[in-house]
Design a protein. Structure first.
Lengths: 152, 170, 351
């Protein structure tokens, strides 16, 4: 351990890296979502009132009712809120300025979190339309969506 | 799933990889730092609680009985008595030792809590509570601020310690 | 229901980093102070509950190690929550209501300085669709802030004024980390960190600890001349996914506030755990607090935000003011999770 420059000058410190090599079970509902991403479609789940959750969950977040009525939704939608990252962090999906956004896809009634590669903050606006861009290689993972881009 | 054409007849995804790596700079605190710096000089520094008189090693700066700081440093011996042990036969990721090997709790002379250590230089089936052992240190030019300075403990050849000297610890 | 009160509160110095101490060493003086200032022997504490999380310092089972610092041998009756210690206080309050004990101790602490807090906090998110993207805590707050801005009911200027007021109030708080005079016009000219949030909209990253002693009925009257009685205590949680929540109406805080009886009497002051400036706007609305209510006389979480303790600190700061006779009725809140997912409300009264 190395000496740390602290007020009492007597304390040792050392680098510590913790790695979690998790492989997680998806279950059938999220499994269908990720299978869909690998196959190039976006899958949601329908609630008993007919509204559609994307990403799908195994349960209705309001009523806790079990859900399994899977439906395909669109690959474009609208930004319901966004946040512009001026200086991306090392672990962020992009290494240049981008927007985090909640995106409500066509045919969905809830919004999903992803990023918008818009180039400039000036192109971002709540309610704007964005289209999904697929990653070149898809394995069944949220990163199969490379990003969203402003439509048109 | 039947009505989503793209999902028909394809191998379903059942698992995702979700690895994470977090980097820290760990700081040891005052008491543990004093202990680690002692190890660099082949000294085993415990800390005594004024409230209970007990000597804790390795010290964390607290007396767990009284809940007060310990701040008197006390050097304890690098030999002591095995209070308990186990023989490790299970292999696991990151294991530094070859199975089978012995992990033990060693009550160092002058300490009031037993410390973890390996027992070597004897058949594992002969390790037993009461066994007197001493630390085997790395070469002086390899000493640093780490508990790895003690490679393992080995039997001293002394007679077993009487049970009453360590019965609080079994 | 038994009458239960806060009778003692103590906190550490709060700082960006306290590298000179480990978690046990950071906590011990706080535990000593919270007991000693009311002359309480540790043998009278019938139940102890703590709040912390190992991810922050990367120290596995740190809550077991910190038990060394309170004197937990022979074994004491204790519990732990992987949450802000305000929820540990809730568990202790329930234990006191069960009538088996008269005194409980609650503490929370974190050393966030060894790690990278915005990254570490991503590990509390949905591990399938959120965490793999590493959306840091400031970015997620900025999503909620933008949604609030879009309602047209607040402004970045109002947020700068909240930051300025909080850090000016903190000048009277010897434990606060970030304090001083900040002109809203000047800080509003700063660059965005993650738009629409600037640095002043965000809480400082803090190492620190806090502890509270709770006591019931006559024991509370014995231990404090003017106990801060807990008249309402409730916590609620919203759905985890941000996309299914109404981000600009914090339902869990509304419901907890209503159940705790915030509006059943005049509130003299509020200690709101609103780590980001805009969250104070949301919290005031959810609790129905008017312009007459003094907000965060301590400086709030914008002046010091020790994870797992900052909510407990709000209850402690409010209780200290009640015990000192500086007000008769106060509300304190604690919040957890991304974008105020889970909220606790505590109503305190003096006699």
């Amino acid at each position: 351990m190395a000496n740390t420059n602290s007020s009492d000058g007597e304390v040792l410190s050392a680098p510590l890296t913790i790695e979690y090599p998790f492989r997680r079970s998806t279950g059938p509902i999220l499994g269908a979502f990720f299978t869909g991403l690998r196959e190039g479609v976006v899958v949601g789940v329908k609630r008993s009132d007919g509204s559609v959750l994307v990403p799908p969950s195994e349960y209705d977040p309001d009523t806790a009712e079990a859900l399994d009525d899977l439906v395909e939704v669109g690959q474009a939608g609208k930004v319901t809120t966004w946040a512009w990252v001026v200086k991306p962090r090392e672990k962020h999906p992009l290494d240049r300025p981008f927007a985090w956004a909640l995106i409500q896809l066509d045919g969905a009634d809830t919004a999903m979190l992803h990023i918008v590669d818009a180039g400039s903050k000036d192109r971002m606006k709540t309610g704007m339309r964005v289209a999904l861009q697929w990653a070149d290689e898809r394995v069944g993972h949220i990163n199969d969506i490379k990003c969203f881009v402003p439509e048109g | 799933m039947a009505k989503i054409q793209a999902l028909e007849g394809v191998e379903p995804v059942t698992m995702i990889d979700a690895p994470a790596r977090l980097d820290y700079t760990f700081t040891a605190g005052r008491a543990t730092s004093r202990f680690l710096k002692g190890l660099e000089k082949k000294k085993l520094l415990g800390e005594r609680s004024a409230a209970t008189g007990k000597v804790y090693i390795p010290p964390r700066g607290a007396d767990p009985v009284a809940g007060v700081p310990t701040d008197e440093q006390v050097e304890v011996a690098d030999c002591g008595t095995v209070t308990s042990f186990c023989v490790v036969n299970v292999k696991f990721y990151g294991q530094a030792m070859e199975c089978p090997y012995v992990c033990a709790l060693v009550l160092l002379d002058g300490a009031d809590v037993a410390m973890f250590g390996l027992i070597q230089e004897m058949p594992y089936e002969d390790v037993h509570p009461g066994l007197r052992v001493e630390a085997v240190w790395v070469d002086d030019n390899e000493l640093s601020t780490t508990l790895e300075n003690i490679k393992y403990f080995r039997p001293t050849g002394q007679e077993d310690a009487p049970l009453e000297t360590y019965k609080e610890h079994v | 229901m038994r009458d239960v009160a806060v009778v003692s509160f103590a906190q550490s110095e709060h700082a960006r980093a306290l590298p000179g101490v480990n978690e046990v060493e950071m906590l011990m003086p706080v535990i000593g102070q919270v007991r000693d200032q009311i002359g309480l022997d540790k043998s009278r504490v019938g139940f102890t509950c703590s709040g912390s999380t190992d991810y922050l310092a990367g120290q596995a089972f740190s809550f077991v190690m910190t038990l060394d610092g309170i004197g937990a041998w022979p074994p004491i009756s204790e519990s732990h929550v992987e949450m802000d210690a305000a929820w540990a206080l809730y568990e202790a309050w329930v234990k006191l209501q069960m009538g088996e004990i008269d005194v409980a101790m609650v503490y929370g602490y974190s050393k966030t300085s060894p790690g990278d807090l915005p990254d570490v906090l991503t590990r509390q998110l949905d591990p399938y669709c959120y965490a793999p993207l590493w959306p840091d805590s400031v970015s997620l707050a900025a999503l909620q802030a933008q949604a609030l801005l879009d309602t047209g009911s607040t402004s970045e200027r109002e947020w700068a004024e909240i930051a300025s007021r909080s850090r000016a109030s903190a000048k009277n708080n010897p434990n606060a980390q970030l304090k001083g005079d900040f002109d809203p016009d000047v800080i509003l000219a700063d660059e965005y960190l993650v738009a629409p949030l600037r640095k002043h909209d965000c809480p400082p990253i803090t190492d620190g600890a806090a502890a509270i002693i709770l006591a019931a009925d006559d024991t509370a009257r014995e231990l404090s001349k003017r106990p801060a009685w807990i008249r309402g205590l409730e916590h609620r949680i919203d759905a985890q996914s941000l996309g299914v929540r109404d981000l600009v109406n914090v339902k869990s805080l509304q419901l907890a506030g209503s159940a705790a009886g915030v509006s059943t009497g005049k509130i003299d002051f509020a200690e709101l755990h609103a780590p980001f400036t805009y969250q104070e706007v949301l919290a005031k609305r959810a609790l129905g607090l008017g312009a007459d209510v003094q907000i965060n006389p301590s400086g709030g979480a914008l002046a010091a935000n020790p994870m797992m303790a900052a909510g407990l600190v709000r209850i402690g700061e409010a209780a200290d003011r009640i015990m000192a006779g500086e007000g008769d009725r106060a509300v304190a809140t604690a919040t957890q999770g991304a974008c105020m997912q889970q909220n606790l409300v505590c109503v305190l009264e003096g006699e």
